[in-house]
Ligand binder design. Structure first.
Ligand code: UDP
Length: 353
């Protein structure tokens, strides 16, 4: 019998890439739910994909019924954009924590395998230079820095899932994404600043001929991970040969792609010039400094360096990332510029229409 996988948030950045990879490369059935289907490409045409447009906070019976019916549950519905943590902290809690705890409990009740997205944000301002799943301390700022509500929500879920594993034998894997980038990350055509994570924000700034803003000088570093590499790890986790991923936590990241945000801006501008449709705008793009307070408001606090230890994933999943930084940037830009009508909104705005 083919494995039945339930993906909540199948139209999201990770969900749509995972759905596509499963349907292309594995014989499994996918049961998906999401608010929309715009990122799903050809997946809805595949007869092994059973998709419903819906809201997991409303269509609760559908969710419980499908947890019962499927073998593995991958709940990917969450707000994962720092600008939202500071503007809508309660929405983050309600969706990322409250909506997901129900799904976790269904998995416990029906004895289903759970593959849950923890986050690299969980390490917060950990003093460790390289972040380890088993040993690194998780360090957050004070309550008045509302940015941490996301990390705190995710941390509590990790702890609850872990505890269900110990007490009730819940079969889970927690994976921690380190700044995944790739096609469908965010909408680069959206002119509103802050609606997007850093790389797609920068690309959007180029497209709209706006200066790239470096928060507090852009010396903070992230390890960017190309989505195809990440999906390979998730497929191995889903396969779970010899239970190698059961009751484990894995950092999924690319330590080789640890660069500063300033460097990311410079590389984005340089690589965007390879694409005729962006060349002129990229050449003209300025890089400016902005304070965190001005950009995000008083509830923000930043993380200076975020490098994963990926020994566990290498050893136990036989996985390692292979996409270098420039290739990840190039492939992502290539995806966006090939989208139908790319840049028409920006062009219309520039023309004052
Ligand atoms: N950042 C920036 N300019 C922007 C957007 C983000 O300098 O226009 C910085 C942000 O302050 C953070 C880093 O880029 O240090 C990564 O931001 P992102 O939103 O991708 O999420 P994070 O990695 O912090 O979860």
């Amino acid at each position: 019998m083919a494995l039945k996988i339930m993906i909540l948030g199948a139209n999201g950045f990770i969900g749509s890439a995972l759905t596509d990879a499963i349907l292309r490369n594995r014989p499994w059935e996918v049961y998906g739910i999401d608010l929309a289907d715009n990122k799903l490409g050809d997946s809805p045409k595949n007869e092994r994909f059973h998709f419903v447009e819906g809201d997991i906070t409303i269509n609760k019976e559908w969710v419980e019924y499908h947890v019962k019916k499927c073998d593995v549950v991958v709940p990917l519905v969450a707000i994962a954009n720092p600008a939202q943590y500071v503007t809508h902290p309660l929405k983050v809690f309600e969706l990322d924590f409250e909506a997901n705890i129900d799904v976790v409990r269904h998995c416990v009740k029906y004895g289903k395998r759970l593959i849950f997205p923890s986050t690299s944000e969980i390490y917060g301002m950990s003093p460790d230079a390289v972040l380890d799943e088993e040993t690194s301390p998780l360090v957050y700022g004070p309550i008045n820095k509302q940015r941490w509500i996301y990390a705190a929500s995710k941390q509590l879920l990790d702890r609850v899932i872990y505890a269900y594993g110990v007490r009730d034998n819940l079969d889970y894997t927690l994976f921690r994404p380190f700044n995944f980038i790739g096609p469908n990350l965010d909408n680069v055509e959206e002119p509103k600043e802050g609606s997007s994570r850093v790389f797609t924000q920068f690309l959007s700034n180029v497209l709209y001929k706006r200066p790239i803003k470096l928060v507090d000088g852009g010396s903070q570093k992230r390890s960017f991970t190309y989505i195809d590499d990440a999906i390979e790890a998730l497929l191995t986790i889903l396969e779970n040969q010899d239970n190698r991923a059961s009751r484990r936590i894995f950092n999924i990241g690319n330590p080789g792609n640890c660069i500063s945000i300033r460097e990311l801006a410079e590389r984005t501008i340089r690589i965007a010039q390879e694409f005729p449709v962006l060349r002129e705008a990229a050449r003209a793009t300025e890089i400016v400094d902005i304070s965190a307070g001005e950009y995000y408001g008083k509830y923000y606090q930043d993380i200076q360096v975020r490098v994963p230890n990926i020994e566990a994933a290498k050893r136990d999943l036989g996985w390692k990332p292979t996409t270098d930084m420039d290739t990840a940037i190039r492939r992502t830009i290539d995806f966006y510029v090939k989208q139908e009508g790319f840049g028409t909104r920006a062009a219309a705005m520039a023309a004052g229409i």
